[in-house]
Design a protein around this ligand. Sequence first.
Ligand code: HEC
Ligand code: HEC
Ligand code: HEC
Ligand code: HEC
Ligand code: HEC
Ligand code: HEC
Length: 490
Amino acid sequence: MPSLIQNWISLSGIILAACSFFAVACLIAIDFYAGFGNPYMGILTYVVAPSFLSAGLLLILLGVLLERRRRRRLAPGEIPRHPRIDFNVARQRNTFLIVVVVTFVFLIFTAFGSYRTYQFTESVQFCGQTCHAVMKPEYTAYQNSPHARVTCVECHIGQGATWFVKSKLSGSYQVYAALFEKYPRPIPTPVRNLRPAQETCEQCHWPQKFYGAVEKIRTHYKYDEKNSPWTVELLLKVGGGDSTHGPVGGIHWHMNVANKVEYIAADEARQQIPWVRITDHQGHVTVYEAKEGRLKPPQVTPEAMRRMDCVDCHNRPTHIFRSPDESVDMSMALGRIDPSLPSIKKNAVDVLAADYQTTNEALKKIADTLSQKYGSSNRETVQRAVNELQKIYRENFFPEMKSRWKVYPNNIGHFQWAGCFRCHDGEHTSTDGKTISADCTSCHTIIAQGPGAELKTLSAQGLEFQHPSEDLGDAWKGQKCSECHNGGSM
Ligand code: HEC
Ligand code: HEC
Ligand code: HEC
Ligand code: HEC
Ligand code: HEC
Ligand code: HEC
């Protein structure tokens, strides 16, 4: 008796199964030697391709069943042992050649195709644009950032197999979430399973590098009718964390490989930090606790602790959602919004900060509000301001995803978010009486400040901070800047 497998359905099943087996083997080999940086590649390798393999196997089975039914109807002698292939018959010879060529071409394309798919899923287009609506805020903000040329996977996944497996698991969930619109709006931050910065950021930024002091010039405009400018120029003591490459100290002291800074946050967004512990290079341990909201001993567990790394300060290196206050100041300083329009700072910030359902609604409201406030006088200047504000809106606000500055804290400074003052508020003390410094000169030196967009005098010794609002007097002291300055209108 010839084998039941010898029928056309089973034979096509065999070809399908063989090809997908070959594809799976190729993909696994790429995964093994090069490593995928992308979770969706994993889905292709471990879900899609194998399902073709199973489909092939099922076809074989189906063919066998059908063949058995057919044979029951035939007399025993009628069944030939093998299909008869006669190469002397031109038609059969040609069919055979076609089958061989097609299979061969198909195999080559499978190999080539798997490689191309691999490259595509690694690309920024795939991450940022395929799930368009979901990732639009992060993608847009990223394109306008210093890291616009770094691919998503370089920060989010990095190299190596173990993180790939982790990301593959969460990646499958993400595909499901995107397909069934199950994703949260806005996408929550911080990213819980972000890979440690040593394995991502530090692949490009050598943490031993000594930066010295970095100069920052910030021009602000007040909320008065004249839009009075106020400029602060400071030297940030970024410093370094490795004694072989420069003095250890300054802000990057936290990153000294010999020191370990750990903390426990009381909230999901890591904005309240009641407990900090440092272990220095000699193994000496100091615990600092906040005056308010102290943790009870059972809350201090190793699982709750997080070791401080780059992302605890630089949590917005690329997805920078600028606040209305910050973006309007910047556009005014660059001359894209004319500061001679009365109260333009306040009007612009108010219209940007309002709540909208859709981007189009916001863009229309911006145009309407400005033309209503400034009438038909100097139409060209007003139109330029409208264009600039609409651009700011499109790049930083995403009402469809509920993403905007308010929901994404930026921990780098202390002006609009608690940032450094989460620990450096002068209220974190240790049992032996030490305090995490809140001294205004420990992190930066103010070298110039005052009214005017350009400042003439610079002071090398540093100046004491002068708060720009005269009406306020000393009322700002003893409070966090972010308690009054929140990025919206004052
Ligand atoms: C320079 C490194 C870097 C690059 C490049 C990068 N990200 Fe991020 N991403 C981060 C960091 C850091 C966070 C915030 C992590 C935290 O606070 O825990 C983040 C957070 C996110 C979040 C969570 C929401 C949020 O804003 O906090 C999403 C979604 C995201 N990134 C998607 C992307 C996509 C899509 C790309 C490519 C278009 C990309 N990222 C490129 C570093 C990067
Ligand atoms: C693939 C390489 C790469 C990776 C990974 C990377 N960066 Fe960068 N980063 C760069 C480059 C290149 C620049 C300089 C961009 C420029 O000046 O045009 C930069 C600039 C910066 C700056 C200065 C930005 C500014 O405003 O001048 C900071 C801060 C920074 N990176 C932090 C990070 C952090 C934090 C991470 C990890 C979440 C990270 N980077 C991951 C390549 C990288
Ligand atoms: C008690 C509330 C309060 C605190 C705390 C406070 N400010 Fe202000 N700040 C104000 C007010 C009110 C104005 C005036 C608003 C205006 O007319 O522009 C102002 C104005 C400013 C301006 C001028 C431009 C602008 O954006 O309005 C700067 C810069 C500034 N403050 C910096 C700081 C810094 C830095 C800190 C923390 C060290 C701080 N402020 C703390 C209330 C406060
Ligand atoms: C304690 C907070 C903190 C930590 C932790 C930290 N940084 Fe920074 N870093 C800063 C501040 C503040 C600046 C000043 C520039 C600014 O405000 O944008 C800075 C500046 C930088 C710059 C730009 C220097 C320049 O010349 O403009 C780079 C690059 C950078 N950091 C990379 C890193 C990397 C990589 C890590 C992790 C190994 C790290 N930082 C950890 C706070 C921190
Ligand atoms: C999780 C808590 C925490 C956060 C957030 C934090 N720091 Fe610190 N920082 C510490 C601790 C703890 C010390 C060490 C205090 C000590 O024992 O002297 C320190 C020390 C410093 C020092 C002194 C280093 C030296 O030379 O001795 C500087 C400067 C500094 N931090 C800057 C910053 C800046 C800037 C930010 C925000 C971008 C920041 N820190 C955010 C906990 C923190
Ligand atoms: C723990 C470190 C630290 C301490 C303490 C600190 N600052 Fe700062 N400050 C920073 C950093 C970092 C930035 C820059 C953030 C950035 O790049 O936007 C900054 C920025 C500023 C700015 C410019 C803000 C802007 O956007 O224009 C002012 C003004 C300022 N600080 C005033 C103060 C005053 C006043 C005090 C004392 C009450 C103080 N700082 C204490 C770290 C610190």
